[in-house]
Design a protein around this ligand. Structure first.
Ligand SMILES: [Fe+2]
Length: 255
């Protein structure tokens, strides 16, 4: 199993606070059946700034540690960049890190309470330079929850999305779980990942999430979502189905 989203690098964001916690997370990952993991530290989110070079170095060091500790987990480089207007410009300067540093897919994090006005244009511009944007945890964004049409338009425009395993199994509450299910059902999400920060406080839940998807949506969808991270890491095209619009029920006819 491959985990595309993690905060396993030591001491550089709100994930693992030191090497000991990184190793703890790695051992837990192996227990869960994870063999490859992309380290995606926060970048430019108002609290953390983690440049491409620093991440690449930290990933090398952690892979050495995996070898020394005899842990069968491969760490790949990535970055969770908070959306900002000049992203394309900075990518062209080589300042941002795509997933697995292969210039094909890039994580885009939105603020949790709204969607900036320039988002649509930026998602389009990223694709113009050959990068597929992956919007991380859209199910936890207030504006998408209130107006799912916004996310539908982004996905229809070619953006991909990744939901968090904990959201699938209800760890962020019923409302977020329901929206996550709607995103899966309407082909508006393409990946499930842990976004793990800490073994106990923000754990993996990946097995539980795939199990839940198997039960609720069937084995076909579980397999499709399970295979996409593998395809991404190999630089292949991912499985994709035409997104469908989420129709909200009218309540008392007032909308
Ligand atoms: Fe994250």
């Amino acid at each position: 199993m491959i985990d595309l989203h993690s905060h396993i690098l030591p001491g550089i964001d709100d994930g693992a606070k030191d090497l000991e916690e990184s190793v703890q997370l790695a051992r837990e990952a192996v227990k869960q059946g994870i063999t490859k993991m992309i380290a995606t530290p926060h970048h430019r989110n108002g609290s953390y700034y983690n440049s491409k070079d620093e991440i690449l170095k930290a990933v090398d060091l952690l892979n050495e540690e995996m070898f020394l500790e005899n842990i069968q987990l491969e760490i790949y480089p990535g970055q969770e960049t908070r959306i900002y207007k000049d992203m394309v410009h900075d990518i062209e300067l080589g300042e941002l890190l795509s997933l697995n540093d292969d210039d094909k897919y890039i994580f885009v994090e939105l603020p949790s309470n709204h969607v900036p006005r320039y988002t649509n244009q930026l998602l389009f511009d990223l694709q113009l330079i050959g990068l597929k944007p992956i919007i991380v945890h859209p199910e936890r964004n207030q504006e998408f929850i209130e107006n799912p049409e916004t996310l539908y338009q982004f996905v229809k425009g070619g953006a991909l999305t990744q939901v968090t395993a904990a959201s699938v199994v209800g760890k962020f509450g019923k409302k977020i779980q329901k929206f996550t299910e709607q995103l899966i059902e309407h082909h508006q999400t393409h990946f499930v990942a842990s976004d793990v920060h800490h073994v106990i406080r923000r754990g993996f839940y990946l097995n539980e999430a795939y199990e839940y998807i198997d039960q609720e949506f069937g084995t076909k969808w579980k397999d499709l979502l399970l295979k996409n991270p593998q395809r991404l890491i190999e630089g292949k095209m991912i499985y994709y189905e035409e997104p469908q619009r989420i129709k909200r029920k009218k309540i008392f006819g007032i909308f």
